[in-house]
Design a protein around this ligand. Structure first.
Ligand code: F6R
Length: 625
């Protein structure tokens, strides 16, 4: 997830009214939530060292400051400019990999958000044709591809070259391109990654989201998938990839800036929950091949090394621990490897039995949690192979691991993890299937069926997200209950733990998660008339046992809320309230079943008037032991 921005303006405007550089820098600052590994911009216009001038900086959160200090040689009165703030996916977060990327001769500059899946085959071809590529990114091929099409058909202009280039591209993109031969034109295009545009008298703008350019206009257009736009001062024209003109959909926005940053949601947690289908889809992107195999590019352990693994250890904290617990079931079931899971702060001090045949998986959204960092360090010193699952490229843990599998959820601002949690479960399930593939523990037909089911997860998560009103009504019914018990069995157990954690951390209510079968060994003493029990009762092989456990609490007067699969009236008969979710293959169910748990906690906290994004006593990244 990166942020892009662009502006073109006519000579009619006073520089003071709409200064290109100021618009870009201010917009990039508002886009920094999308990533801040590096930043860069390109300006087109006369009066500088070059008609197309570029500056880039890779200094983390200080990158933007660095840019503004390095403007010597920039065009004095630029007519257009584009900018980028990066969340690294392909290539380290250094200056060479920062956007904008240019063509061979520095006439064209391009910024991109997304992933070009066939970048290797394209760059091989371009290099063979004599192009010189400088970065490790998937993006740079686009600049050279457009350059080659422009050289072949100069009469079709920059927009024609972009259309021709995109016809060859697989993957996701929102991009903006400038060329010094058309100094007041920006060509933009989109597939999957977001891109909005705006027009005012004598200027036109584009950005990854509305807040970046709010204040310059309140009238926007959303660029649809597979559309190419030409922005000129005061005018935007849009075509299909084939060049057919189309009318872009207008959007009038009267939010203030704070609301706009949250995309109109009341808080970041709500926004981030709604980004979950994309987080899951992006985490799967280019790892599932059409022929039914899995590829893990960033995992620098050989298949031979994977085959030598005899035991897996997962170490993590909080929600990441719950994601790890979910993975235990999948790895054991599909890859037939024994899995131990431990809370990071416990692992390190108990003299764990690991050796060079152990794979230790450290799971951490931030990649900085010191408990997990120390645990994987300890494992490494004991000779284990260490694989990190994290959302932050080049984080401390990513650097410590023998291999890294990135979740691609984009930055998470709400303290309670939501979209990164779903992305973690997804990444771990991908890893479990990969281990099964390497160890040949699943038949090709079984693996194909599972991969198909996995591919449908983003849509099912999106469907689960549509049930917010119904979940809110259930929260309203139980808003005055002082305590909650969360139950689940098998993969439903970590879902119950996560449901309880979400509720306690943002609504400050007493909430405990238990394995449903364990209740009768003690915790059932807590149940009395009016106790609210939330239980995961989706269809898994242990469904009947779960229903028996539900009967145990119901007969003691509990009010029962069941998470059940759509249309499962038999389960609904045992419930006072039902949180409905789409069904899936049972080992993937946590990805979907946890969604109503998050929404329930969110609704409850809001009903109690609490700040869900900044719960008391908590920090997003915990760097103390
Ligand atoms: C709960 C939550 C925390 C984190 C935990 C680990 O909503 O966010 O429990 O999961 O602090 O953090 P990371 O994943 O950054 O290691």
């Amino acid at each position: 997830m990166c942020g892009i921005i662009g502006i073109t303006r006519g000579p009619g405007l006073d520089a003071g009214e709409c200064e290109v550089l100021d618009v870009l820098v201010e917009g990039l600052a508002r886009l920094e939530y999308r990533g801040y590994d590096s930043a860069g911009l390109a300006l087109v216009g006369p009066g500088g060292d070059d008609p197309l001038w570029r500056v880039r900086a890779a200094n983390g959160t200080r990158s933007l400051d660095d840019l503004t200090k390095r403007t010597e040689g920039a065009p004095a009165d630029p007519s257009a400019g584009i900018g980028h703030t990066r969340w690294a996916t392909h290539g380290r977060p250094n200056e060479e990999n920062a956007h904008p990327h240019t063509d061979c001769h520095g006439h064209l500059a391009l910024v991109h958000n997304g992933i070009i899946e066939n970048h290797v085959e394209l760059s091989d071809r371009l290099i063979a044709d004599g192009h010189h590529l400088e970065s490790e990114t998937d993006t740079e091929v686009l600049a050279h591809l457009i350059e080659s099409h422009l050289a072949a058909h100069p009469d079709e202009g920059l927009a024609g070259a972009v259309r021709a280039a995109l016809a060859e591209v697989r993957g996701a993109f929102a991009l903006a391109v400038v060329h010094d031969s058309e100094p007041d034109v920006i060509v933009a295009a989109r597939r999957v990654s977001p891109l909005i545009m705006g027009v005012s008298d004598g200027a036109a703008f584009l950005a990854s989201d509305i807040p970046a350019i709010l204040g310059l206009t309140h009238d926007f257009f959303i660029l649809d998938d597979d559309r190419v736009a030409e922005l000129r001062p005061g005018v935007i024209t849009v075509t299909t990839l084939e060049g057919e003109p189309v009318e872009p959909a207008p959007l009038h926005v009267d939010w203030d800036l704070d609301a706009a940053r949250k995309d109109g949601y009341d808080d970041f947690m709500a926004k981030e929950m709604h980004e979950q289908p994309k987080a899951v889809a992006d985490t799967l992107l280019d790892r599932l091949l059409p022929d039914g195999t899995l590829v893990l590019d960033e995992v620098h352990l050989t298949n031979e090394q994977f085959r030598g693994i005899t035991k897996v250890f997962v170490v993590a904290c909080g929600s990441s621990y719950h994601a790890g617990l979910m993975a235990k079931y999948a790895i054991e079931h599909w890859a037939r490897l024994p899995v131990e899971i431990d809370i990071s702060s416990e692992f390190r001090y108990r003299n764990p039995v690991v050796d060079e045949h152990t794979l230790v998986i450290g799971v951490s959204q931030s990649g900085e949690t010191v408990d997990t960092f120390q645990a994987v360090r300890e494992a490494k010193s004991l000779g284990a192979k260490v694989l990190i699952i994290t959302n932050v490229v080049d984080s401390s843990m990513a650097r410590e691991g023998d291999a890294v599998l990135y979740t691609r959820a984009g930055p998470e601002i709400g303290v309670a993890s939501t979209k990164t949690h779903l992305a973690q479960i997804t990444a771990l399930e991908v890893l479990a299937l990969y281990l099964a593939q390497v160890r040949e523990t699943l038949s090709p037909a079984e693996a194909r069926g599972l991969l198909d089911a996995m591919g449908s997860l983003p849509d099912k998560v999106a469907e689960a997200m549509t049930r917010g009103d119904a979940v809110h009504a259930v929260a309203e019914r139980f808003r005055d209950s002082p305590s909650f018990i969360f139950l689940g069995r098998h993969v439903g157990y970590p879902v119950a733990l996560e449901g309880a954690l979400k509720l306690k951390e943002i609504s400050y209510l007493r909430a405990e998660g238990f394995p449903a079968g364990e209740l009768k060994h003690g915790p059932i003493a807590l149940v009395e008339p009016g106790t609210v029990v939330v239980c995961v009762a989706t269809r898994t092989p242990v469904w009947e046992k779960v229903i028996a456990n539900v009967a145990e609490v119901k007969s003691r007067g509990a009010s029962v809320v069941l998470v059940a699969n759509d249309g499962d009236e038999e389960t609904a008969r045992h419930a006072d309230e039902v949180l409905w979710v789409p069904a899936t293959e049972h080992l993937f169910a946590p990805v979907i079943d946890v969604v109503p748990m998050q929404m329930f906690a969110h609704s409850m906290a809001r009903l109690h008037g609490l700040d869900v994004d900044r719960p008391r006593n908590l920090a997003k990244t915990v760097t103390v032991e």
